[in-house]
Design a protein around this ligand. Structure first.
Ligand code: ADP
Ligand code: MG
Length: 384
């Protein structure tokens, strides 16, 4: 008691002490009850507090309930028991029974729970059966779309997507690009097959130093295929073995790689084929084989003389391809000899007129590469 006097201490004002120390936190149940000292106290419907935390301050058998700093209810404290005390307005917002189940949010003021679609159980069966069918449907859909490459790989692709956790767009991109790549590859193979190249040759394998009369720069320019785009012609002239066919095949290979359609034939095969077709009254259809490719190679012009009919067929072909497609020709005879070759000077002139209007002519004056090998062998074994 001395200290009270000495230190001039005074008891705290009762209200202050109560405010300061008496608050206890409680979470209000979803149906608006507050549990305090073993009694469930109902809270009014307004303001909405169900599910939230409130503060309870007890004083002289009175409970004052605060929410967010304001007093929302003053309740009479009940003796400790299992009593449940309903508040008169606690369920004022709850719809009457019957529809009670649906609007079970008891105080009508709670956070709306996420809506869940309620189906009957049979519907789930149906849904899962449908999902199973979808898995079976995919290969059928891929077949319908002619996704020939992806279709047998689908299971692997999906497994791979799962392992690498691919996003939907990454997976779709992978599937589509695989199919496109495979199609491009197949198309390329098919084009190459349809081109009937007797053998594959490349410019890289061509030894320009052996054939100095060839303008290497011009050949490289031709390899960029602008002559294909402008429907121009390329003529390789020169004696046997200097690489005319090799160069023609190299350009044809480049054109195939670039996606152009190509057809290769020797002149003899070509005119014989057309002659046979004309005997069967199918010349027009057969001509299409030589007219439609974007690049036509006519090899070995000059080895055999043509009949009048064959010369006409060749002229017809050149006329049709004029400014419509690119033609690569190789010949061991000069243009002056083509009249003799076709047995018709006038026709040969008309043909060359069209052929050379847009054309690069490369004349090769050199030794035969075939002979080079033979000469080298001879040099290696001079006693023979
Ligand atoms: P051409 O058609 O002029 O008669 P080819 O092109 O058929 O001659 O050439 C004959 C052979 O020699 C082919 O196997 C070809 O690949 C090869 N050849 C020709 N010239 C060269 C060269 N300069 N470099 C490499 N190989 C060549
Ligand atoms: Mg040749």
């Amino acid at each position: 008691m001395n200290r009270w006097v000495e230190e001039q201490l005074r008891p705290l004002p009762t209200d202050y002490a109560w405010e300061r120390f008496g608050a206890e936190e409680r979470r209000v149940s979803w149906d608006g009850f507050l549990s305090y000292d073993g009694v469930l106290y109902g809270l009014p419907a307004e303001p909405p507090v169900a599910g939230s935390v409130v503060q309870v301050r007890e004083r002289q058998l009175q409970l004052r309930v605060f929410s967010k700093g304001s007093l929302i209810a003053t309740l009479t404290k009940r003796p400790r028991s299992q009593e449940i005390v309903q508040h008169p307005t606690q369920f004022s917002k709850v719809s009457p029974t019957g529809s009670l189940r649906k609007t079970e949010q008891p105080l009508g003021h709670q956070v709306t729970p996420p809506t869940v679609e309620i189906r009957n159980l049979a519907e789930y069966d149906h849904l899962f059966r449908k999902a199973g069918n979808t898995m079976k449907e995919i290969p059928e859909l891929l077949k319908t779309l002619h996704f020939k490459y992806v279709e047998p790989q689908l299971a692997n692709l999906m497994e791979e997507a799962r392992i690498h956790s691919l996003t939907y767009d990454a997976f779709l991109r992978r599937v589509l690009s695989l199919e496109v790549e495979a199609r491009t590859h197949t198309a390329h193979q098919n084009r190459r097959k349809a081109a009937h190249l007797p053998v594959s040759k490349t410019l890289e394998a061509f030894d320009f130093s052996f054939q100095p009369s060839i303008n290497e720069r011009l050949v490289c320019e031709l390899a960029d295929l602008s002559f294909v785009r402008t429907h121009s012609n390329v003529v390789f002239l020169g004696p046997p073995g200097v690489g005319k066919t090799h160069l023609a095949l190299s350009l044809a290979g480049k054109a195939l790689d670039a996606g152009y359609s190509v057809f290769f034939s020797t002149l003899t095969d070509l005119v014989e084929d057309l002659e046979q077709a004309s005997q069967q009254h199918a010349l027009k259809a057969r001509l299409r084989r030589y007219i439609t490719p974007q690049v036509l190679v006519i090899d070995e012009i000059g080895y055999t003389n043509l009949s009048a009919l064959q010369a006409n067929h060749l002229f017809e072909l050149v006329r049709e391809r004029y400014e419509q497609g690119a033609t690569i020709l190789t010949s061991n005879t000069s243009f002056a000899q083509w009249g003799k070759l076709m047995n018709d000077e006038v026709l040969a002139t008309a043909l060359l007129d069209r052929l050379l209007h847009h054309a690069e002519v490369l004349t090769i004056n050199g030794k035969s590469y075939r002979m080079k090998d033979r000469n080298q062998r001879k040099e290696a074994r001079p006693e023979q």
